[in-house]
Design a protein around this ligand. Structure first.
Ligand SMILES: [Fe+2]
Length: 451
């Protein structure tokens, strides 16, 4: 009998010491995401006109204090590199101790604290020729990346396509890798990739950003990224923030991406717009300054010379999954989407798939018009990483209609625009077609949907 109690007591002590133990990285993984003198985390972004400009950002150890980007018009003759021009990079040091890397509001003891010490370098190449294949490389003058090709946008509204993915967030290296690589295989000529927030789970965790860069590999350095932050790009940065539940933008975000500076002051590079061959892409930050962004949004939508408008943000206007709702986003932004006829809203957050719409004039009496033809903004929620949630049973509360739902599916989307037609295709991680529709722009500015 005594023996039995001893065993139980030993098990109890063992379990409680295990549950109170701080989260520790295994020894073999300690240096896994550490930078070196060799450029890594190389990523392309638009920060000015995509027809004449491109920005590249990369990471090294902090011993690399001077860095450069080189660029040339690419050519079949490998001697094209002789024509390269060199531009000095802007270098920022990111050095911070005791960063909360594994946030857990309920149990701060389970948080992992880490030190970050690295340099970010960025170069914006301007005065490029439109519709031209360039090759660039980055380095410190003696250690260089490979020459990497990309194509500038056309000055006219030529047809093009792009990729859109929802939350990568979980199992990024394990499972998001196959998804993004399949996306690239499906449309290697895509002009860029939209990431609708929650790229990682723990905002300041360098290991997870390293996973994101490893999983995407050279896709990130070949196709420009248009990312917006999700709620998981905000979190406690230091111990004090944990206690006070203060959430701060990922400490890496502004250094790691070089995005347009045309958004709301105070949250630059988390909301912005880019015009690409007749389409205005409006990136919004659903985490903060919603009202302030409404004024900005109205201005950006009102003064828009483009035929198409696509909004990108994280928390959806109409939630896809159970127990979720973002009233403030719906209240402030949807009326503007209706008023200025935003064609498509690309969203994330809900770890499931839903596509649907509501006519902006649904409740009006429009004699002589078929209200079904007045297609309003098409709203999509999609997920690309490995975490999945349960779907809502309907959209009746929203008085909106779901046209397609899906769960337990890692998905990517290829969206193509050609004149008055927008073709949307959603594919599974296996590259199989899951959803498809076509939007057609009518003479009167309204859209028709064919599905
Ligand atoms: Fe989210």
């Amino acid at each position: 009998m005594n023996k039995f109690f001893i065993i139980i007591a030993a098990l109890f002590i063992g379990f409680s010491s295990y549950s109170q133990r701080k989260y520790m990285k295994p020894k073999f993984a300690e240096n896994w995401s550490k930078p070196s003198k060799h450029p890594d985390h190389i990523v392309l972004n638009f920060s000015n006109d995509p027809a004449t400009s491109i920005s590249v950002t990369w990471r090294t150890s902090s011993e690399v204090t001077q860095a450069y980007g080189e660029i040339a018009v690419s050519h079949e003759n490998p001697k094209f590199t002789n024509q390269a021009i060199t531009k000095k990079a802007i270098t920022n040091t990111l050095r911070s101790s005791n960063v909360v890397s594994y946030w857990n509001y309920r149990n701060p003891d389970q948080s992992l604290y880490s030190n970050i010490n690295q340099n970010y370098h960025s170069v914006t190449f301007d005065d490029l020729n439109p519709n031209t294949v360039y090759a660039y490389r980055v380095g410190n003058g003696s250690i260089w990346s490979e020459w990497i090709q990309f194509k500038t946008a056309s000055k006219s509204n030529d047809p093009f396509s792009f990729l859109y993915v929802g939350d990568a967030q979980n199992y990024i290296l394990e499972l998001w890798s196959r998804l993004i690589r399949e996306g690239y295989k499906k449309d290697p000529n895509a002009s860029f990739i939209i990431h609708a927030g929650d790229l990682v789970n723990d905002p300041h965790n360098e290991d997870q950003w390293h996973e994101w860069f490893k999983a995407g590999g050279w896709i990130h350095r070949s196709l420009p990224s248009l990312p917006v932050p999700g709620n998981h790009e905000y979190g406690p940065l230091y111990q004090d923030d944990l206690a006070e539940k203060v959430r701060k933008l990922s400490i890496q975000w502004n250094d790691q991406f070089t995005l347009p500076q045309n958004g709301v002051k105070g949250i630059l590079e988390t909301n912005y717009y880019v015009d690409y061959q007749g389409v205005r892409f409006v990136a919004l930050n659903t985490n903060t300054m919603i009202k302030k962004q409404s004024e900005w949004l109205e201005d950006v939508l009102k003064n828009n010379p483009n035929k198409w408008t696509i909004a990108v943000f994280h928390h959806p206007v109409f939630s896809a999954s159970r127990g979720r709702d973002n009233k403030i986003i719906r209240e402030y932004w949807k009326p503007l989407f209706d008023k200025y006829k935003v064609d498509l809203a690309l969203q994330g957050h809900d770890h499931s798939y839903t596509r649907g719409k509501v006519s902006p004039f649904e409740k009006n009496t429009l004699s002589g018009q078929n209200k079904k033809d007045l297609t309003g903004t098409v709203y999509v929620v999609s997920v690309s990483g490995g975490k999945m949630y349960q779907l809502k049973s309907n959209w009746d509360d929203y008085e909106a209609k779901r046209d397609k739902i899906g769960s337990q599916k890692q998905l990517f989307q290829v969206i193509s625009i050609d004149g008055n037609k927008l073709l949307y295709k959603s594919y599974t991680a296996l590259g199989e077609l899951f959803d498809e529709f076509e939007l057609v722009k009518n003479e009167n500015g309204s859209n028709s949907i064919v599905q």
